[in-house]
Design a protein around this ligand. Structure first.
Ligand code: HEM
Length: 402
């Protein structure tokens, strides 16, 4: 009988619940050489080491990475992704990221909390009288989308048009094969967003405001950032800034609904919220995998990784490693310590880590206290999005009494 592969990202059961597979990998084959061609690392210490080791870097492969025809590399979207900080190595990475970091200082992001609370209130004012919603479509997608588009400086009247085409990157990274027509549609969506940001940069150069586009437009010259790099990295922020937080709100609500004692504890002790969000990030993160490529032959202990070898880093597995956490499969909103790899590590550490934590804190806080008997219809069997990288429910129906 053929042996079931230890790691099969195309298996629907894996999408539903990857954690038993992670546990087996950590136990039986922590540096798994997959028949799919990559090495899969699953232990916290190993993943943390690779993330910080400069001998591993990014190697954006364009359409080939998703199994698409290499000649599609000329599509605008693939040319642009190659310029994202997320996909670049120093010195380009350093130069591209430097332009944006000033806008994400701890002080500046914390100062956004009241604005985020206002957006949450506005959304719930509209939803509360209904007594039911799809948490994802009606709430969790809109909140981070508004936050990031406000931060970038997209005027409110332009936001609905952008929202319609906002999810293109998520579709691109799904393992479900896309045909040429779908790819062409995604490329067209990307070009509309990129053209929009291009125009906005021009407007903010003439009429600067206190927003990210104005800041980038003003500092790009001294940072030697080209217009394509500016636009590409704005698109990255636009995409990274909402998809991930949307999914985390969904995952956190599912985890808490499956552990009602933790939900009740959080309701009775609101001071636990910060810890609870960190625990939800650890317990079921919305980004499950990061990847790196060895830039040279590397020995890590007795493990040899050849130059050019792609390594998948199972962040979701690192976060459940029993070598790091007592009872790692238990959700515990009182857990102390904030060590987890949900936002990656090293030079690519997530630029929006603090922002997304505040978004999720505000979202959970409002749901707990404004809709006291809020409950998910089916927390045990949600429909998961068909992606091994972006983990989150596709829909999440919920009800409450008026
Ligand atoms: C729960 C929410 C989020 C999670 C779990 C998450 C996770 C991650 C991870 C794991 C990485 C590193 C990827 C790698 O090393 O290859 C990353 C990078 C990044 N994230 Fe996030 N993220 C979240 C929210 C956000 C938000 C809200 C923003 C923007 C406002 C953002 C912007 C970025 C950017 C720009 C990078 C690339 C940084 C670089 O390459 O230097 N993320 N994120």
């Amino acid at each position: 009988m053929p042996r079931t592969p230890l790691f099969d990202p195309t298996d629907p059961a894996f999408l539903e619940n990857p954690y038993p597979v992670y546990a087996r990998l950590r136990r039986e084959d922590p540096w798994h050489r997959s028949p799919f061609g990559f090495v899969v690392a699953s232990r916290f210490r190993d993943i943390d080491t690779v993330l910080r080791d400069r001998r591993f870097g990014k190697s954006f492969k364009g359409p080939k990475a998703n199994g698409h025809d290499p000649d599609l590399g000329n599509m605008a979207i693939f040319r642009s992704i190659g310029q994202w900080m997320l996909e670049s190595n120093p010195p380009d990475h350093t130069r591209r990221r430097a332009c944006f970091t000033k806008f994400f200082t701890a002080k500046r992001v914390e100062a956004m909390r009241p604005r985020i609370q206002t957006i949450v209130c506005e959304l719930l004012d509209g939803l509360a009288p209904r007594g039911e919603m799809d948490v994802i479509a009606d709430f969790a997608q809109l909140l981070p989308f508004r936050v990031i588009t406000d931060m970038i400086g997209v005027p409110r009247q332009d936001q609905p048009e952008l929202f319609k085409i906002a999810r293109f990157i998520g579709r691109l990274s799904d393992p479900v094969p896309l045909d040429r027509a779908e790819l062409a549609q995604i490329d067209a969506d990307f070009r509309r967003v990129a053209d929009y940001f291009h125009g906005l940069i021009g407007i903010r150069r003439r009429q600067p405001g206190d927003d990210l586009v104005s800041h980038i437009a003003a500092t790009a010259l001294e940072q030697q950032l080209s217009i394509d790099e500016m636009v590409g990295n704005l698109v990255l922020l636009f995409v990274a800034g909402h998809e991930t937080s949307t999914n985390l709100i969904g995952n956190a609500l599912i985890a808490l609904a499956r552990n009602p004692d933790q939900w009740n504890l959080l309701r009775s002790e609101p001071g636990l919220m910060k810890r609870a969000v960190i625990e939800c990030l650890r317990y079921d993160n919305s980004i499950q995998i990061a990847s790196r490529t060895a830039q040279a032959d590397v020995m890590l202990g007795d493990i040899q990784i050849a130059e050019g070898q792609d390594v998948l880093l199972l962040l979701g597995s690192a976060n459940r490693d029993p070598a790091m956490y007592a009872e790692p499969d238990r959700l515990d909103v009182t857990r102390s310590g904030d060590q987890m790899l949900s936002f990656g590590g090293g030079i690519h550490f997530c630029l929006g880590a603090q922002l997304s934590r505040i978004e999720v804190e505000c979202a959970l806080d409002a749901l707990l206290h404004r809709l006291p008997d809020f409950r998910l219809d089916d927390p045990l069997q949600p429909v998961w999005r068909p992606s091994v990288v972006f983990r989150g429910p596709a829909r999440l129906p919920a009800t409450w009494t008026l």
